[in-house]
Design a protein. Sequence first.
Length: 284
Amino acid sequence: MDVYEKQLEEEIPDFAEHAPEQHGELDISSTVSAVKIHGWKQVLGIVAVAIVIIGGWEFLVRFLQVPEYVFPTPSAIFTALVTSFPNNYPHFLITLTELVSGYVVGASIGLVLAAVLIQVPYLEKIIVPYILLLITTPTLALIPLLMLKLGFNIWPRIIAVSLASGPMVMINAVTGFRRTDLAKIALAKSYGATTFQIFKKIRFPLALPMIIVGLLVGGIFGLITAVGSDMFGGKMGLGNKLAYYSSLARMAHFFAIIIMVSAIGISIWIIFANIGKKWASWQE
């Protein structure tokens, strides 16, 4: 191989820098743009809606004299959130640990499987039916079985989160890899690109929007599974506290736990929306 041919092989175009404005039917720009705050008018509008909803809720509950064990006021919920936070914080950490640990394992396996399946189509015909079985089967139904086999500790819940998040990441990643323009791959091959170089410089960058969506959906599914698994056994976790406060009709504390769960979910959405803004902004 002469110097000119070697230069052609090394200088493979980076299509991620010149990607088209739209990529299939996916458009993550709406998710990304929703995070942005455009001026004080939007801020005032958000605050005004919050004041109307919370104020109206407080007024109606007090005016109709609804018992707190039926439907608490926002002020009672806020008080319960503050006063019970030291007691609920360890449970928050347990649920967060389950979510992060299971999610990292599940998402990593999902991405690796997606990369392998796109390179070996024959394996997809064998593995995908089982992945679809995992997706269509409620993961919470598997938790009692996992606890019987592994005990009433944190490990069954971590495995459940992995089983809930991994398939969502894999399916979206495979879809993203398949939407790559074949003309770009053919052009890269004409420059002497290897399979790994094509994956690194073409398939992966153009599949990033779908991968980010898969990671986002997998995170939400993982959170739902983590909270649900806490209700089945053990004495720790936000799900356990939800069941506990519900059984005692302490609805102010029940809603305080819901706020903590919602905070985790909103954080997941914000994280991946900002990742999409940075790494998939060419979609906008």
